[in-house]
Each structure stands twice: as C-alpha cells, then as structure tokens.
Design a protein around this ligand. Sequence first.
Ligand SMILES: [Zn+2]
Length: 876
Amino acid sequence: MKDATPSMVLLSEYRAPDWVVEDLDLRFDLDPASTRVESLIRVRRAEGAEAGAALRLHGRDLELLRLEVDGKAPESGAVTTDAEGLLLTGLPDSAAITVETCIRPEANTALEGLYVSGGTLCTQCEPEGFRRITYFPDRPDVLTRYRVRLEADASRYPVLLANGNRVEAGELPAGRHYAVWEDPFPKPSYLFALVAGDLSCVSDRFTTRSGREVALEVYVEHHNRDRCAHALASLKRAMRYDEDAFGREYDLDVYMIVAVEDFNMGAMENKGLNLFNAKYVLASPETATDNDYVHIEGVIAHEYFHNWSGNRVTCRDWFQLSLKEGLTVFRDQEFTTDCTLFGVKRIDDAQGLRAFQFPEDAGPLAHPVRPDRYAEINNFYTMTVYEKGAELIRMLRTLIGREAFRRGLDLYFERFDGQAVTTEDFVDVMAEASGRDLARFRRWYTQAGTPRVTARTHFDSRVGALQIDLEQETPPTPGQQEKHPLHIPVRLSLLGRDGRVLPARLEGAAEATEFVVELTEEAQSFRLSGLREAPAAVSWLRGFSAPVRLDAGQGTAELAHLVVHDDDAFARWDALQALLRRAVIARIGSEPDPVLEAALTTAIGALLEDSGIEPVVLATLLDLPSHRELMESFERADPVAVDAARHAVEQAVFQPLAERLASGAPDPGRWDDGAFTAEAMGQRRLLNRILALRVAIGAAGAVEDAVRQYREARSQTLAMGALAAVNDSADPARGELLADFERRHRADPLVLDKWFALESGSQVGDGLARLERLLDHPGFRWSNPNRVRAVLGPFMAQNHRHFHREDGAGYQRLADYLEHLDSLNPQTSARLAQPLTRWQRLDPARSAQMRQVLERLAGKDLSPDLADVIQRALAR
Ligand SMILES: [Zn+2]
C-alpha cells in the first residue's frame, strides 16, 4: 500500500520542541529478515513548554512490539497513532520511555533507514530515515547523546560499527557477538548510523595539530582492499586543510568510512561513521578516471568538513538545509581549488551552476536557498540548496573581506557549538564580525530565481573616467511573482588595447586594477576615474563573483579581445562561451554567422598557439556551451535542433583548426600513468578534449587515433576518453570498442556503470531499442541506484535524438520506467524525473507530448516523493 500525499510543511509553523531528550540507549538485535530494536529514551519537559504538551514520536513502517512509560504500559487513551507515528499525552515532567520495534531490512528497497547492501547491514537516516528504525522525535533540533549496543551473528557480521568510540565488545553464546558504541557529542537522529558486515578494514593514522591521535579506517569488501589508498590520502589532506584554512580540528579517536554499493546519495556525514556510495571511495588508475579521483577527493573532504559545519553546529529544521550544505560545499570547493584543480575549479563550478542550477531556478521546481514550504523534504537536496547556497557564502566573503569572514566563521562555530541554528543566525554572525549591513543580502536566501544584471558603460575621454550603469531584475518564480533588488557583488577589471589591465580609482578610493562594485538597488551607477586611455574591453564578473546572468552588450571584437588577453580564467572562458553561444543561436534562429564563426576560429587558433595557457585551462576553453545551457537561451526550443546547431558550430569553428589540434595534442604515451597531479590531469584532460573534437569534426585519422588510444591505454582516463570520443560516431569501431570494454569489465560494478552510461547516452542507431537491451543485461538491477542512474540518466541528458523522439515514445518509455522504479525507491525516481519536468521549455509539439506523459503519471499510485515533483511540474 502506498502512503497518502503528505500535507505541506511550513517554516512559519515551526515550534521549538516541547521535550528534551536527555539521552538515548539503543539496542539492536541484528538480522536481515527481522531486526529488533529496543530503545530507552529519557525525556524531560522543555523549559517554557505547556504542562499538557504531548510528546511526538515519529515512526514509519514499524512493527511496535512494546511501549512503556517508566516501566509500565501507558494508560488507555494516552497514546494516539497517526500517519506521523505516535503521540504520547499525560506524561510526567520527566519520563523513561521504552520502545521495542521490529523492522525488516531485507525488504527495504527505499534505502532509507536500516537496509541491506551486498550482504552488509547499513543505514541512511538523513533526512527522515531514523523514523523507519524506531519511534523517536526525528527532527534535527532534538539533540542527545547516543549509546548503541549492536548484537549479531559473529561469522556473518564480524564488523559491528556505530557512531563515536567503541567502549565494549565481546563474544556471546550461539556464535553471536556484540559491540557497544558511545558518542560523546550530542547529535540529531539524522546523524545516527550503524554498519554490520563482513568487511576489510584499511587503516591509517592522523595526528591533529593539538596532538590528538586519530585512527582512520576505511571499510570495504575484501576484494576492494587495494582501491582505498586515494580515499585515505584525500582524507588526510582534508583534515590538514581544515586545520590550516579554517582552524577546525577533529574531535573523536576514530574516523570511519564505509563503502556500500547500494546508496541513494553520494555519501553521508554521520558522526564519526561516514557511509559512502562505493563510487566515491574506490579508485585505482586502471578503474577510475581523473574525474572520479577529483570527485572522490571532493566528497571525502565534504563529508569530513561536515564534522563542524553540520554536525557540531547543525540545522534547526530542514528549511535550513543550506546552513550546513551551502557552507560545506563552499568549504570543499575551496579545498579542491587550493589543493587540486586551482584556477579551473571556478570554471567547472560556474559551468555546473549554469547547466543545472540556473535551469532549476527558471523552472517549475524553483525554490529559494532557504525554502519556506515543502511537501517532501527528500526533494530539496537540490543544486539550489547546495551549489547556489555555496555561492551565497562566497559572495558574503567577497563583500566583507577574507579576514572578517574568517572571524565570522570562528565566531559561528564557537557561539553555536552543540546547537541547531538557522541561516539567519549565520548571516547575523557575519554582520557582527564585519560591522556591515547585510539586510539586503539576506534576500538571497528567501528569493528564488536567477537575477539578470544589465551593464552598460560610457567612457568620458575629457576626464578619463568610465561610467558604469548597472540594473538588476529577477524574473518571477512559482509562488513568488514580486521580486526585490538583491545585494550583488560585481567584480571587474578594465583591459587596455595592449591587453593589459588598466589601473583606475573606484569612487575616489586608492588606485587598483580590480574592483568590486556592490549593486544593491534596481539601478545604480558607478564611476572609475584616473584612466589614461579608453578601455578596449571590460572583464566582467571575474571569478564568477555572483550567480547571475550578466548582459553587458559586448560586441564580437570586445569579447574576442577578452578571449585572447583576459588574465582571469573564468572571465576569459566566459567571453569565449558568449561568442560560441551566439554562433549556435545564429544557426538556430536564421542563418550561420560566418564572420562570427571565423572570428572564433581565429581567437581559438591564437589560444592553441599560446604556450602560456595551462593545458587544463585550454581544455576547458575548448568546451562548447552545454546543451542544457543552450536550451536556457530560448523561451522554447527544439532540443534536437539545438543539438544539431551546436554540432554545426563545432564543425565550422574547429574544422579549419584540425591540423593544429592534432599537432597541439599532448602525447598519450607520456601521460598515461594515472598520476594524481594537477599537471598530469591537465594534460590528460586536454588530450581527451582534442581527441573528442577531432572525431566530432571528422578529422583525418581521428577515429584510428581513438582506437589506438583505447587499445594502448593503461589508465581508465585515457580508455574512457577514447570511448567518449567515438560514442556518437557512426564508425563501426565504436561498437567494437564498447563491446570489448563490456567484456573486460563485466565483473566490476563501478566500471561497468561507465559502459551502461555510454550506451545509454549514445545517439547512434536506435536508442530506445538499445535502452531496452540495457535493462535486459544480466548486470542490470533496479535495486542499485548507481546502475539505474547510469542507464536512465544519460539517456535523458545526452540522447536528445531518442529521448525527444517526435512521436513521444522516449518520454512514455521513461515514464514507465520511473513508475516502476518509484515502487521500489521513491527518492531515486523523484530525482531522475527532473528532465521530464521541463515541458514548458520545449517546442509546442514535444511540449504537449511531455505534458501528456506527466498527466498520465500524475494519475498513478505514486510515492509522495515522485507525486510532489509531478504536481509541481504541472502546476504552473
Ligand atoms: Zn553535505
């Protein structure tokens, strides 16, 4: 039976808990078919709570075996059961509540609460999984100390883990054993975790700067022991970085990471016991690409950083999710920038934001970084809450300066340690530390939508001053028709005719070469004076200083000047993207623009000749704007035509450069060692990008080069680079290489996922028939989220020709698959449904087809997760 659609939860209805949980004692009798959970909750009425206030214990899909208050069954009428769980009335001011429940981990396909993955018992509790384990006030503002006793069969589950420190363990009769764990830090239930399994432990040590010895332990299936070195090295780098850059030190004696195969999310920061999707732990040069290495390092760091931003200081309620996620994404982005990717990280993040968050902000699922209502909180783990949330933190730092920002962060951790707080509290602390008025900045948290900033300049040669006129406007979003001006930092520089930055003075301040103007009104003017020549180009939004769309009305010549000379990697990339976007739009709208395309060829030709550009930056500069981003340039567009125009521009611009591309490509043999260094990864990124370009434009010998690269590759990065290059090619080599790859990696789930993704995303042949064959593949499992995502995701994201078939068969098939998936795993089905919500942006015929499919889905018996997404998609 399905759950009824839950009612809307409103921020305005937040009430502090009436009951304090003094401590919690949990005892698990673990068994995959039937696990018994005994819980002793000692509660005390909160100060200021009404005398008659009831105690809410959340619970879902639980079999209740026993409920006692102070050792006795409660009086009849004192316990009410409803959709949320139990409501206890008539309690004394303090009480000991015993709850015994029975749960069935094996039957849990939603992967929330306690479930089985590859024989290992494990948990996922954020946001509301704990209520599927036992009855408890399952809300983030109820913090308490946990003592957890785990008991299980010793041969089947030799490893028994929970949060905190292990204080006791031993043998029991009948081949069973137990372990007791205590977490000295009070935590909310969403940070609870346990693991029981037959796992290998790969360990290391770390000494914190104050001298605390910490055991680092990574638990994996035995055959994966040799793929943990990168995860451990990443963890140590992250621990050191958090001390150096943010002054944060680890606080327990042990830090554990467990890799599981079936996991809805990337990873989970449970106190001291992180659970990870195996994809973000296991790596070796033969099985993982450079991208995988970078993601693993980033996710390991992210979860580790949560120990302070999330665990020591947590969220008051789920509306505040960005308090921990925005801040922690910001922290992991800083880490990756400083330690691994340097300048190109900002471009990657801006690219991701534009391709995924901007469309979210412009679509039916748009919501503020701090939403004020939700029907299903699972659906708010979004790019807006995470990545736009991180941009808000970065803007704060830009506005108040690095020193005040660091003072603010220190104050935040000190003042709120052990508490559950709000995004308002965070901004308050930053205002206090800097003495700045951040009233208008706060709107970023409550107002959805991507602001559009229009910039115009006028140079007054008589006085050597540049007038800058800025205007801002945020388009309406669902439920928010009226928008207000935001506080937007716009970082800029001026470039002279020779390409060098020009010194100037902003509003009488000291002379500088880079300026941050703060736009706070709908329209505002600024003045840069002391200029000795007219600027040849303005380098706008340097470092992507704000998550806005900026239109500066720049002509081809000005943008081309920036492409050649700009010293800010983001602004330079952005100028080239603007030109490429224009060329694609021209091809869709009316006719190709040969002058523009020739200018692009010239500018890119100059980049290829410029030995001063780092390979990793050059590789990024050679990217075309993504299909998703291009779709955003239109009110409505034909996705297949956009794809075709994108490829036509690629052909026209890069074909004249075919020889220079071939001669400028790094040598695969030299960089095939899989070394995790910025230089080696940059070279591999460039050589794969050039190979893909050469195959795409039909350059002579390109397919042969790809075949050779694949055959000779020792590293997964070069093998995948070759496969990706030929994946949309009609050449028979494609099929041969893909088949070979499948044969070689059939037994390795993470590598096989890459094969599934390539097959699903390929536009060659009959995509729909191939999709069906993938689902029939012996390695396909509906119960494994990674596998399902690898098969359904790329089909919708990359296979434009077949997903957007004119007869609507692509949409229908996907809807059928999602309906089936929804009956097993609602979180994953709801997330994968996003591409089906974009119907309003498609050409009228496809729009009608997609809407029909959504309406049909809406009439089905869906989970609250998927029902919520479909209803919002149809609402506007
Ligand atoms: Zn996180």
